[in-house]
Ligand binder design. Structure first.
Ligand code: TNX
Length: 597
């Protein structure tokens, strides 16, 4: 195990300075080796009109700076491509057109360029981006190939999901200012070379607990955007818990109306209507993200019991709960009415959910006797199967009889778990969310203003330094479906706080899920990640300025037409750990709904 000494988290303050120096030295060396920016013969000139009002030289992005690390990166020095105002995005077919629309929507705000989407068969204007869907391409269901040459950028994939992931890579190869919501005078260069890429695991996700504190649709859509940036493809929504029931159920209307009316701390809570949920699911699907809905059973059900006291073991509705204890509530596993409730709720959720998974919780039902618990979970697994979905549960359901295809979400903190290993031998697959590495509700360090510490502190290095393929003893890599980073929200109350806890740790988990193990390297990851800070800042996102990461010095923003880019004014200097969380992180508006094809 990679457990580190207690006290490690009192990070040496000189570490970032040393890393910063090393980085500066690398860049200086790069500058000596590389041809002067824009001066090589085969490099196109910067876009006309942009050169004069360009106040600073372009920030250099290297082809290998991508997070998560691609499978193979082959830089070609001097083969940079520069995106110019007359560029078009060419597509090879209708399915590629939707991704091209998304790419155009990503690039238009900061560049101010029209970037029309055109057919690849039309005569080509020079210097554009081509997206090619080729079913014969050997990149797997999510992989892609990206080529940058002075003449253009080409992305090829066998599926729209692969093209979409390639687009996220392209985005990261442009200067950080590409994230600006307003036009910026910038030299829009991409480093030359080729990338071929595909994921290590098919399930790469994050969980948002919308039960402890409720988060409205715009906040959830924004989290989906964050997942998509880092090639995560599952959003697990923890929709119900003691403090709130957050999804409307037609056949049991009081669940959301009554059970959704509070949250931790006594706030008004809230819930998603069926249309809200459909909107979330559709927005996610456009970004190749599958929503995994969780109805936590038989414990964590106080909110349901407040709405329908008949489900409680004593038949009496308890008062609403706004604290943060766990393990005290449960639906009566000996009452047939409970199984009508389970079938109705899971049936409605299944009907609203296009993805294959239905998560039934199963954690911390401390007050239910083991035999009654096993009988309840077995029966509930059968209810899920009857809906046509595949059951997912927290690893507490491991001892229960196997159900076809079932997936256990493992949140242990020790790599020894014979009960889970046994369930795997009986056919279960695992999604790994180790509490002491992947729980993004844990504090970064003792002075982190929000978060838990029961699984220890999780700094960026701890989030990164583990291997999903070997983490649980007796569980072979081929039984691991993937990884997920849960964000529980007992202490997380706003969009800014969500982002502060996700960044920069979510990209670490994303890299574990996507990148080949051979690329795993903390020093390299930390340096690649550093360049993402300015991207998050330009996008108006909050993040923790972890002292482990050599964030680049601030670069004056090359504004054009007085671009109002969110500044980092509320972030301290890179060497000081950020302990305060900005209350406002940019436009309050929801991200625009995805561009329609
Ligand atoms: C454990 S992880 C829980 C949650 C809490 C979380 C806080 C799991 C399946 N159950 O109910 O929110 O710890 O870290």
């Amino acid at each position: 195990m990679d457990e580190r000494e207690p006290g490690h988290h009192a990070l040496p303050v000189h570490e970032p300075a040393a890393a910063e120096l090393a980085r500066a030295a690398t860049r200086a060396a790069d500058d000596l080796l590389a041809p002067p920016s824009g001066a090589s013969d085969d490099r196109p000139a910067p876009p006309s009109g942009a050169a004069d009002d360009r106040p600073v030289p372009p920030a250099r992005v290297r082809l290998g700076d991508v997070v998560p690390a691609p499978e193979r990166v082959t830089p070609v020095p001097g083969a940079d491509f520069v995106l110019t105002p007359d560029a078009a995005i060419r597509v090879s077919g209708d399915d590629a057109r939707a991704v091209a629309g998304q790419l155009a929507a990503l690039l238009r705000p900061a560049t101010g360029y029209p970037l029309p989407v055109t057919d690849a068969t039309r005569p080509e204007p020079a210097g554009g981006i081509t997206l090619t869907l080729a079913a014969s391409a050997d990149h797997g269901p999510e992989g892609y190939r990206l080529d940058v040459t002075p003449d253009g950028v080409r992305i090829e994939a066998a599926t729209p999901a692969g093209l979409f992931h390639g687009v996220q890579t392209l985005r990261q190869l442009l200067p950080a200012t590409i994230e600006s919501p307003l036009p910026v005078a910038e030299h829009w260069a991409l480093p030359g070379g080729s990338i071929t890429d595909r994921p290590r695991f098919s399930y790469r996700g994050a969980m948002l607990d919308v039960a402890r504190h409720f988060f409205g649709v715009p906040d959830v859509l924004r989290v989906i955007d964050h997942l998509a940036r880092y090639k995560l493809n599952h959003l697990h929504l923890h929709l119900t818990d003691d403090q709130g029931w957050r999804i409307a159920i037609d056949s049991w209307p009081r669940l959301a109306e009554v059970g959704g009316a509070v949250e931790v701390g006594g706030g008004p809570g809230g819930h998603y209507t069926r249309d809200d949920y459909r909107r979330i699911v559709a927005y996610a699907a456009e970004r190749h993200v599958t929503v995994v809905p969780e109805i936590d059973l038989p414990g964590h059900t106080n909110a349901a019991l407040t709405a329908y006291g008949e489900l409680a073991p004593d038949g009496v509705a308890p008062p609403p709960y706004t604290g943060t204890e766990v393990g005290f509530s449960y639906v009566d596993p000996t009452n047939e009415r409970t199984y009508e409730f389970v079938a109705d709720v899971l049936g409605e959720i299944a009907a609203l959910t296009p993805g294959p998974w239905l998560h039934i919780g199963g954690d911390e039902a401390f007050k239910v006797r083991p035999d009654a618990y096993a009988a309840f979970v077995e029966r509930t697994q059968r209810v899920v199967a009857a809906t046509g979905k595949t059951v997912v549960g927290w690893h507490q359901i491991a001892p229960v009889a196997h159900a076809e295809g079932r997936v256990l979400q493992w949140w242990g903190t020790k790599g020894e778990d014979p009960v889970t290993a046994d369930a795997v031998h009986r056919g279960a697959r695992l999604v790994l969310s180790p509490g002491n590495h992947a729980y993004l509700d844990m504090k970064y360090a003792p002075d982190t203003p929000i978060g838990h510490d029961w699984a220890g502190m999780i700094d960026v290095r701890r989030a990164y330094d583990w291997d999903p393929g070997t983490h649980v003893a007796g569980v072979p890599a081929d039984a691991v479906l993937g990884v997920e980073a849960p964000l529980w929200t007992e202490s997380v109350t706003s969009r800014a706080e969500v982002e502060f806890m996700l960044f920069p740790r979510l990209p670490a988990i994303a890299e574990l899920g996507w990148s080949p193990r051979a690329t795993h390297d903390w020093a390299g990851f930390r340096d690649r990640l550093a360049g993402h800070g300015p991207r998050w800042a330009a996008a108006g996102m909050a993040f923790h300025r972890s002292p482990e990461i050599p964030w680049p010095a601030e670069r004056p923003t090359p504004t054009k037409r007085q671009a109002a880019i969110p500044t980092q004014a509320d972030h301290p200097t890179p060497s000081a750990p950020q302990t305060a969380i900005p209350t406002q992180t940019g436009p309050e508006e929801a991200p625009a709904p995805g561009p329609s094809a």
